[in-house]
Design a binder for this molecule. Structure first.
Ligand code: AMP
Length: 599
């Protein structure tokens, strides 16, 4: 059976898992870590760096390093979330052709889908190294509260990464699959998922292998990063008061602060106070300044209590939407790194009236669930059924700027709804329809997914044409629209192009570019491997040569020297065929030498 993978594409870290011997297995990366930082960078020589290597060089290459790109995916450049993010980021961002965000790294603009694709490609490589074969089929997880544009942009990222996206599933739902897998579970559970960039709560009913999401709610711009920013702001303010120096305008200083703030936050989950020490963070009057302070857990909780309160409010909405009381929840499962914070654990316990379950690994459970779902999708004999919901209402704009809901939030997906449209004027040849997602009654307060024109309507008095438009949400939570002209029976295919994504032509170009880059990268790696081989052959030959000199004679020694110089020149040329040839020559020479010196 084809091997498939599940990828938890996190804001801070990503994780990949597969299904082996009847179980989900998390795959460690080359460094042995089970999660990989969701960080990408472009080095001065144009090399793209992902994960730990990108993180390690972030302080010295801050403006070409991108953290938490998931916070920007599928969003339009003008949105407050994007503006907020780029204000504090070290990289430069510009508006793209589709109102999307482009990040300028070493003078080249990259879409967020392209940058996300680099992380997905890296996760695919981690899996391929482990499984020893090329992988394409994957399930990718997204926050349950991602809208259509964010899902489409994530799907595009998967395509750029050369993956065959079997399904996009919601993170909390994936966590529930992993929790209930292989167990006899018959209860309602709440999945409280607080990661680096997003918060989601899902209420599910699990019974007889059926995982039914009853309601989901969340905030795609509330996560661990916000806790880090609170600490950073506090440190910047304190430093300004003590030294009259504003660190917020120093890119490198801000990068160091970010690292230190996150470390302190994580450690404060296990200790009650943490010393922060950043020597030589700035200078004043040519004198070095050092940041030395102490942060207590109490102070951190005071600075971030409102963020935790927001999560609890969202939990209330999810329970109301599910029509379930707190007492009916049989288990509360914590997912995502930020749930290690004691304040969050206390507040969750106080709200749900029960201690949360400690049996799942908060960093790995989502990828494991994605791997289970990937396996279920290719194995007909698997008897698990996942019934998810759409997190947001979908509808159309009507006269007077009112939002008319066609598919309410928390409807089980896939689903579809048809709506009849007609004309407002005699002989009107076309009707324009705006598709939106959101919960406000007002059009302007919802997310515009796209507008399309129903054209080619036959000349008729107003109100007579009947055009049936079907709005559908597929199993990935992605919106599809089709239209039928009842008069002619003609079906119009309508494409809702999302803002924040790539147009088809650019998508194809970027896919091609990524493929070429990967081939080049693989060739480069092969050349480096061959060069390393030449290096060790050379060392061994040099070691044996003095012992074989007498038997070789001066002509033989000179011939050996010539081969060694040819190998050095081949290494310098970086020409794969030449290096391979030189390596083979050295190997032959080494065999001869060994034969001569072996008694
Ligand atoms: P995730 O998106 O699930 O990888 O979660 C990442 C977020 O969890 C980041 O904001 C981390 O700083 C945060 N995190 C990880 N470990 C801890 C910890 N021990 N205490 C508090 N937050 C943590």
């Amino acid at each position: 059976m084809e091997k498939v993978i599940g990828i938890d594409l996190g804001t801070t870290n990503s994780c990949v898992a597969t299904f082996e011997n009847g179980r989900p297995v998390v795959i460690p990366n080359k460094g042995g870590y089970k999660t990989t930082p969701s960080i990408v960078a472009v080095a001065e020589n144009g090399k793209r760096l992902v994960g730990h290597v990108a993180k390690r060089q972030a302080v010295t290459n801050a403006e070409n390093t991108v953290f938490a790109s998931k916070r920007l995916i599928g969003r339009s450049f003008d949105s407050p979330e994007v503006q907020h993010t780029i204000k504090t980021a070290a990289f430069a961002a510009v508006c793209g052709p589709n109102s999307d965000v482009r990040i300028r790294l070493h003078g080249k603009d990259h879409s967020i889908s392209e940058l996300t694709a680099l992380i997905l490609s890296e996760m695919r490589r981690v899996a391929e190294d482990y499984l020893g074969e090329p992988i394409s089929g994957a399930v990718i997880t997204v926050p349950a509260y991602f809208n259509d544009a964010q899902r489409q942009a994530t799907k595009q990222a998967g395509e750029i990464a050369g993956l065959n996206i079997l399904r996009i599933i919601n993170e909390p739902t994936a966590a529930a699959l992993a929790y209930g897998f292989d167990k006899k579970v018959d209860k309602k559970v709440a999945i409280f998922d607080f990661g680096g960039g997003t918060f989601d709560i899902s209420i599910l009913e699990i019974a007889d292998g059926v995982f039914e999401v009853m309601a989901t709610a969340g905030d795609t711009f509330l996560g661990g990063e916000d806790f880090d920013h609170r600490i950073i702001n506090h440190l910047v303010e304190e430093f300004k008061q003590e030294n009259d120096v504003d660190l917020s305008i120093e890119r490198m200083a801000m990068q160091r602060l970010k690292d230190e703030a996150e470390k302190a936050k994580c450690e404060l989950s296990f200790s009650t106070s943490r010393a922060l020490n950043l020597p030589f963070i700035a200078t004043r009057d040519k004198r070095p300044l050092h940041l030395r302070t102490t942060l207590t857990r109490e102070k951190l909780e005071e600075m971030t209590g409102d963020l935790v309160a927001q999560c609890i409010d969202i939990c209330r909405t999810a329970l109301d939407d599910a029509g379930v009381s707190v007492e009916e929840i049989g288990e509360v499962i914590l997912v995502g790194g930020q749930t290690r914070m004691p304040l969050i654990q206390r507040e969750v316990e106080a709200f749900f009236g029960r201690p949360p379950c400690k049996n799942v690994h908060p960093d790995e459970v989502v990828a494991m669930g994605a791997a289970i779902q990937a396996h279920v999708l290719i194995d007909d004999s698997a008897d698990m059924l996942l019934l998810d919901v759409t997190p947001m209402s979908m509808g159309i704009a009507t006269a007077g700027g009112q939002f008319c809901v066609l598919i309410p939030r928390n409807t089980t997906i896939p689903t579809q709804h048809s709506h009849m449209f007609t004309t407002a004027h005699d002989n009107q040849p076309a009707v324009k329809i705006a598709v939106l997602q959101g919960e406000s009654r007002r059009v302007s307060e919802n997310q515009l997914l796209g507008e399309f024109l129903l054209s080619g309507i036959r000349e008729m008095p107003k109100g007579l044409p009947e055009i049936e438009v079907t709005f559908a949400i597929d199993s990935n939570g992605i919106v599809n629209v089709s239209a039928l002209d009842r008069d002619t029976g003609k079906r119009q295919s309508i494409k809702v192009t999302c803002t924040g994504g790539l147009a088809e032509e650019e998508l194809q170009r970027v896919i091609e570019e990524q493929r070429e880059y990967e081939i080049k990268e693989r060739d480069e790696e092969a050349v480096t491997r061959e060069c390393d081989r030449i290096e060790s052959l050379t060392q061994e030959i040099k070691k044996l040569l003095p012992r074989a000199e007498r038997l070789l004679g001066s002509a033989g020694v000179q011939a050996m020297d010539r081969k060694l110089s040819a190998a050095r020149e081949a290494q310098a040329s970086r020409d794969a065929a030449r290096i391979r040839g030189a390596g083979q020559e050295l190997e032959r020479s080494l065999t001869t030498l060994r034969g001569l010196v072996t008694p």
